[in-house]
Design a protein around this ligand. Structure first.
Ligand code: ZN
Ligand code: ZN
Length: 273
């Protein structure tokens, strides 16, 4: 395994199963040199039960473990931002963050909000609201593109997360003629914002998918565009800190990727894959 850092992790401050301290200990045991925490930013929606309710406690705990583990493992403070916060518009990037991930987990239509990575029923309700998978995916990417253009977050999280349940539930047909051209058109535009794209094994760790986000056709485009990538596990427990990193590194190297980004105290740098 060449990856010695993972920036996408969750803890009991949002929807993770383990405490920050337990996650750091697991990262040390896994041989990582640094770990970042990317707790779900609050969205103020009543139905959102993964959002963080105690950001002050979160940053206080991160500072405590950072000091406790100094010289053993580096701990970076981050957040996984959502594209919208009810009543506040865009999220605000907390100045205590060393990095941020920008993600879209919810879609709004006709005054209703839908979660696109939770259950097949919610995905189908969302599909019914938009009328077609084509409209749903187009709305998702329009939202993501404006989010990426307006907000200076560092990492584009799981760009095709709306496919999370598709392997098991066949919610829409990814081979239809509209799909790949539309996605690639948006990937080009989002990549042009200069952000790092995440290669995320989170849905593999939870048993939903057998391959990471993004799909191979998106990865091939990112390679052509020379877009920087970063491998992460989107881990919600100590058991998945480096889930499928070795096989994903192998796949990326076979595709032609030679490097990935890594966060240092001086910012992001490119390192060999
Ligand atoms: Zn996420
Ligand atoms: Zn996450």
């Amino acid at each position: 395994m060449t990856t010695v850092s993972n920036l996408h992790t969750h803890s009991t401050f949002c929807d993770g199963k383990n405490t920050i301290g337990e996650m750091v200990r697991a990262a040390v045991d896994a041989g990582l040199e640094s770990i970042g925490f990317s707790g779900h930013y609050h969205t103020c929606w009543d139905f959102d039960d993964v959002q963080m309710h105690d950001p002050e406690g979160y940053f206080r705990e991160l500072e405590a473990v950072k000091q406790k583990y100094e010289g053993i493992i580096k701990v970076y403070k981050g957040l996984e931002l959502e594209s919208h916060v009810l009543g506040e518009g865009r999220p605000v990037i907390d100045p205590r963050c060393d990095f941020t991930i920008g993600s879209v987990h919810y879609l709004a239509n006709k005054g209703e909000h839908f979660t696109i990575d939770d259950t097949a029923k919610q995905w189908n309700d969302c599909l019914e609201s938009f009328g077609s998978a084509e409209k749903l995916v187009e709305y998702y990417f329009e939202d993501y593109l404006s989010f990426a253009r307006e907000m200076p977050f560092d990492i584009v999280g799981h760009i095709d997360i709306y496919t999370k349940l598709n392997e098991k539930h066949h919610l829409f047909d990814e081979t239809e003629s509209w799909y790949e051209p539309m996605v690639l058109c948006y990937v080009d535009k989002i990549a042009a914002t200069g952000k790092i794209f995440e290669v995320n094994t989170g849905a593999m760790g939870k048993g939903y998918r057998t391959s990471p986000y993004p799909a191979p056709f998106i990865l091939r485009r990112l390679l052509e565009l020379k877009t920087p990538i970063i491998l992460s596990s989107d881990s919600h427990s100590t058991a998945t800190i480096c889930y499928a990193f070795e096989e994903t590194e192998r796949m990326l190297r076979e595709m032609g990727f030679r490097g990935q980004m890594r966060l240092t105290d001086g910012g992001f740098v490119s390192v060999p894959l």
